[in-house]
Design a protein around this ligand. Sequence first.
Ligand code: BEZ
Ligand code: FE
Length: 291
Amino acid sequence: MSSVTIENVTGVVIESLGKHGPITDRNREIMTSLVRHLHDFCRDVKLQHHEFIAACQYLARAGQVCDDKRQEFILLGDILGVEVLCDMLTNSVEGTESESTVLGPFYREHPPVLPKGATTAQTHFDGEETVYVEGYVRDAEGKPVAGVTIDIWEDAPNGLYENHDPAQPDFNLRGRFETDENGHYAMRALRPVPYPIPNNETAGELLRMMGHHPNRPGHLHMLLAKDGYRTLVTQIYDSESRWLDEDSVFAVKGSLIGTFEPGRAEHGTDLYLRFDFVLKDAAAEQQIAAE
Ligand code: BEZ
Ligand code: FE
């Protein structure tokens, strides 16, 4: 009978993978690396047993916070910079295509389908600033891409997404638009304001443990989709917003910063934002992946 020791435990666990049932190559790759890094981490910080139990209790509490409106584990991943890293590993940028960033926990499927130029705002807020947002969606060759659906979602001027604010109408500040034959889109929305990510539960504990604040700079979320193109999940950041250089979830990229200009008379909004996108051809992406 062999004995487990501090020296051999990592190898013993890795060698056990797949011994009593089939395991895919990808699962073997992931589990081997996970066990190695987890064990190295424990050795590195000499993790004590009471700290291991505290971590298990913490994760159990995080699970208890989750429901259909709150995904605490995405928040924990965001605070640790894991979602933005996985997104960059998934959606690498080799050419002129627009950069992606984190989806975050507030996306809702099946937003209201709205005509070009319509507003996503169903109600008014003190101090709101309306904005006309427009631009073009093109492919890597500069050709317009028609029929791209663009989902947009954002927080209200009170810093809350509608599904976390009983005072707002269902799907307020959410909508789905489509590009026309010239690849052009247009919508009316509100200037997004900075807001704190949910921090009253375990995510807040983690932020405090790391000596961090919870705030995000003002941003509009966008999800662009069309068959044959890589789906683009991204955000447009307000160049004048606070927290641009210290986003609590590390998701800001220079190419995603937009300038909210004074509104134009023909649109009747307080502000104007032009933002273009370049979508990556899915065939080109598969070819790169195969190489
Ligand atoms: C968001 O932008 O909605 C978001 C992203 C990550 C964590 C929390 C919120
Ligand atoms: Fe957001």
